[in-house]
Design a protein around this ligand. Structure first.
Ligand code: THU
Length: 133
């Protein structure tokens, strides 16, 4: 049930995606260990490099409100034809996940509430960089 709700939240967030340059909408729903959900969409920019991915939008929203304990994230996308495909997180987003999430953090890629795949962060970003402190 928690899984279905997280996927639905991710799909709901697609409406806010700002992707006029790529036409590729992405939305993420981040589940905290306290069972709250933070959503985020991709936000593009005419200068391209200031663009932000959906996953980082969700994580930064949560961290900026004091949350740092995360359990899972669901990522969905929609192309210009309205199709949904599996959308693995980019390398930068994986590194941001590694900053705040433990190796068992779950990454769900969904095409629909019935069709999804899930991975662990430790498998998508092995040997990740971190400072010892
Ligand atoms: N994008 C994301 O939002 N998340 C990813 O992990 C991969 C790429 C966005 C960035 C850009 O707005 C669009 O998808 C096409 O690259």
């Amino acid at each position: 049930m928690e899984m279905k709700q997280l996927i639905e939240k991710a799909f709901d967030g697609l409406q806010y995606s700002y992707a006029p340059y790529s036409g590729f909408k992405v939305s993420a729903a981040l589940l905290t260990k306290e069972k709250e959900i933070y959503t985020g969409c991709n936000i593009e920019n005419a200068a391209y490099s200031p663009s932000n991915c959906a996953e980082r939008t969700a994580i930064f929203k949560a961290v900026s409100e004091g949350r740092r304990r995360f359990q899972a994230i669901c990522i969905v996308n929609e192309d210009v034809d309205g199709n949904h495909d599996f959308c693995p997180p980019c390398g930068v987003c994986r590194q941001v996940m590694a900053e705040f999430c433990d190796p068992e953090f779950v990454i769900i890629l969904a095409k629909s509430t019935e069709e999804y795949k899930s991975y662990l962060l430790k498998d998508l970003l092995p040997q990740s960089f971190a400072l010892k402190n």
